[in-house]
Design a protein around this ligand. Sequence first.
Ligand code: NAD
Ligand code: MG
Length: 396
Amino acid sequence: MQTLTVLGASGSIGQSTLAVVRQHPEQFSLFALSAYRNVAAMVKDCVEFVPRYAVMVDEVAARDLRHELAQLGVNTQVLSGANALCEVAREPEVTTVMAAIVGAAGLLSTLAAVEAGKRVLLANKEALVMSGELFINSVHRYGAELLPIDSEHNAIFQCLPNTLQQNPGRGCLTDAGVSKILLTGSGGPFRYTPISELAAVTPAQAIAHPNWSMGPKISVDSATMMNKGLEYIEARWLFNAAPEQIQVLVHPQSVVHSMVQYSDGSVLAQLGQPDMMTPIAHALAYPNRIASGVAPLDFCTLSDLSFMAPDMGRYPCLKLAIDACASGQGATTALNAANEVAVAAFLAGQLGFMAIAEVNEAVMQQLGSTQVRHLDDIIAQDTRARDCATAEIRKR
Ligand code: NAD
Ligand code: MG
């Protein structure tokens, strides 16, 4: 029996996690759920799962949730504030933490789970992008178990030998016979849109992903391919990969979730429906397998599978991320923060789609060579980059 804390339970990954857990009540029990302020989602899930704790970051939402659960006679204690996220991640009873908060807001609670030596199911890629080396060092120092939820990284993990699976971020790909990680991405909703029309696309068009149903931030990141850029950085840390060992491929059908190429010419791939319940079920049950509720692939009805190199002119954010990865932690932290601010401004109708990359690039020019090492430096760099991005947005 695993005892779970689900950070970001009200989101897309959080809900998919609960959908898998629901199918296996004998294997998983819920200790805590968290949301920023979605009271309706939390009421529903607390009634169903009756976790020991529900955390609402927003104080007013916490009060409302407390009131509603009391009325319904649900025996869940409601905590509030960002510190409570860390508390429910490190409680001794918890075996497993699903880290599914979006963005830098998830960093401290994800690290709290790592430092408590939990089995950490990592969806919150931004936390690893911001803190890569420190994160991996903490996984080893505190004996945490790290399982990737991002579908590509989960696919790569499944295609790697057990020795590398057991040694996150520290194994040697070359010694294991791996020549390349092939990181696939759909290319987003604007893959075929003329570049001259991209400046005018709306948030509604950008979040309408052709293959995946996801939260708004990652959907915009998929449209700019910043998501693949963040995933490139994520792969660098998770698999201890050098730049020449990661190749990004556009694969419009999202059936092959990523691949590993070996020195003998073999390529191992993980395929499946574009449904996050598959990687979530994999990570929850690892090293065993459980049903996820996802329909099997039917190879007789699959369309062609195609692959191509990404056009960096169409996806400047992807190039910025690959360059930032080569520059180091200060650059990746700044890029992640700038991008969060730019995407939020785009979703609020305050910034054009193509200006997301312009803001990110301007911030990289100003802060991309800053060196960071410790958590305090990372948080300071994140704050500087947010201020810098906000100033850049005001200029436009
Ligand atoms: P989402 O927007 O649907 O959900 C985000 C969750 O984070 C919600 O529960 C929300 O309440 C919580 N949250 C937001 N701001 C917060 C804050 N300041 N403090 C605390 N909690 C806060 O996002 P999502 O699509 O579920 O993505 C979650 C993470 O998983 C992201 O890092 C994303 O990149 C990653 N991921 C998502 C998918 C997917 O299919 N959705 C796939 C791969 C990776
Ligand atoms: Mg992904």
